[in-house]
Design a protein around this ligand. Structure first.
Ligand SMILES: [Zn+2]
Length: 353
């Protein structure tokens, strides 16, 4: 009688699959056993000919059958209760300026900390702590887009100190906060292409300092590299004053042993900046290994990440990533070519003698 009808109903698949997500959206009754159930009922699934699907619990009750003793269709399901807990926990975390300790959340929802943590992660996909950070990041981005100052934004986003904020911001925003703020506007970057003994050189500078020193063979390729590194910026050709800066940079490349006090605008992730800081402490004529940098960072196994950070260095020679060698002393890759690395190192070695 109901056969074709029930088996053709898309909800029948939810019954067969015992889909917990379908609980609360419909009920079904079984004429052969004279009970009614929720979709996720663990009992053996009846033949669809005996099954009738009901949109509401009242309709299921109106059959006059008994509520199933396995799935308790009249009570909220465990799944629905858990889902409700997680939804309320998300609301609580999102509205809280400070991170709520796991223990406090667990107590609020009458669960053990480990059970609550598992339940939250299984439902949301991330831990409560990560969810809190994501909410903070979202608030921060809204604040910064809304034109608030960075100081206003971090207080609004629930950071206690600017140090805490600057530590967390690159991870949360994917870049440094001042850059994010200016992301909407077009930052003016002065640049110039020139020629040095190592080939074509491009120097790009912000109002803070030199942000990129790039080397190459082809002026067009080098120029594209500048554009790719500052996709949102307005690139402005250098003026006479800027030419003097370029001359200083070229001088530094020709004579790497002469110390130059160049204002730099170093842009990178917190990790990259730490690696570059260690590189900058290596004097001309000396070298350092990737493993040694990783060791100094306190993460001795992170040599690959260190190598990636060296390769991402936007300031050729000014941040001396050419002074990194492998454990066996051999040169490894250099963003601007092995030949240039060797030329710089032999120049520095000569300068030492
Ligand atoms: Zn049942």
């Amino acid at each position: 009688m109901q056969r074709g009808k029930t088996a053709d109903d898309p909800r029948w698949h939810a019954i067969v699959a015992r889909d917990q997500n379908a609980d609360g959206t419909f009920w079904y009754s079984v004429s052969s056993t004279r009970v009614y159930c929720r979709p996720s009922c663990p009992s053996r699934t009846a033949h669809p000919r005996y099954v009738q699907i009901h949109d509401t619990l009242a309709q299921a009750r109106a059959t006059g059958y008994r509520p199933c003793l396995r799935c308790h269709p009249d009570q909220p399901s465990v799944h629905a209760i858990n889902r409700d807990i997680v939804v309320r926990a998300c609301q609580l975390i999102a509205s809280s300026e400070h991170e709520l300790p796991l223990e406090a959340l667990a107590v609020t929802f009458h669960r053990s900390p480990s059970h609550f943590h598992r339940l939250f992660k299984a439902t949301v996909g991330i831990t409560p702590k990560a969810y809190h950070q994501a909410c903070r990041a979202q608030r921060l981005q809204q604040q910064l887009h809304g034109g608030a100052s960075i100081t206003q934004a971090y207080y609004a986003a629930g950071f206690e100190s600017s140090a805490q904020f600057y530590e967390a911001a690159p991870r949360l925003l994917g870049m440094a906060p001042t850059r994010y703020r200016s992301g909407g506007q077009r930052e003016r970057i002065h640049f110039a292409l020139g020629q040095c003994s190592l080939g074509v050189i491009a120097v790009a500078s912000t109002s803070v300092g030199v942000a990129a020193i790039l080397l190459g063979d082809d002026p067009e390729v080098v120029l594209r590299d500048v554009q790719d590194r500052f996709p949102k910026a307005e690139l402005v050709g250098g003026d006479r004053q800027f030419e003097a800066l370029v001359a200083t940079v070229v001088g530094m490349i020709e004579n790497p042993c002469i110390p130059v006090n160049l204002p730099l605008d170093i842009r990178g992730t917190a990790f990259q900046q730490k690696v570059w800081q260690i590189l900058s402490s290596v004097p001309p004529g000396a070298t350092i290994t990737y493993a040694e940098i990783a060791r100094q960072l306190g993460t001795p196994r992170a040599t690959r990440a260190v190598a990636a950070a060296c390769a991402a260095n936007p300031l050729a020679v000014a941040i001396p990533c050419h002074r990194v060698v492998r454990n066996d002393g051999t040169y490894w890759g250099y963003t601007w070519g092995l030949e240039r690395k060797q030329a710089l190192l032999s120049r520095e070695a000569r300068g030492q003698t």
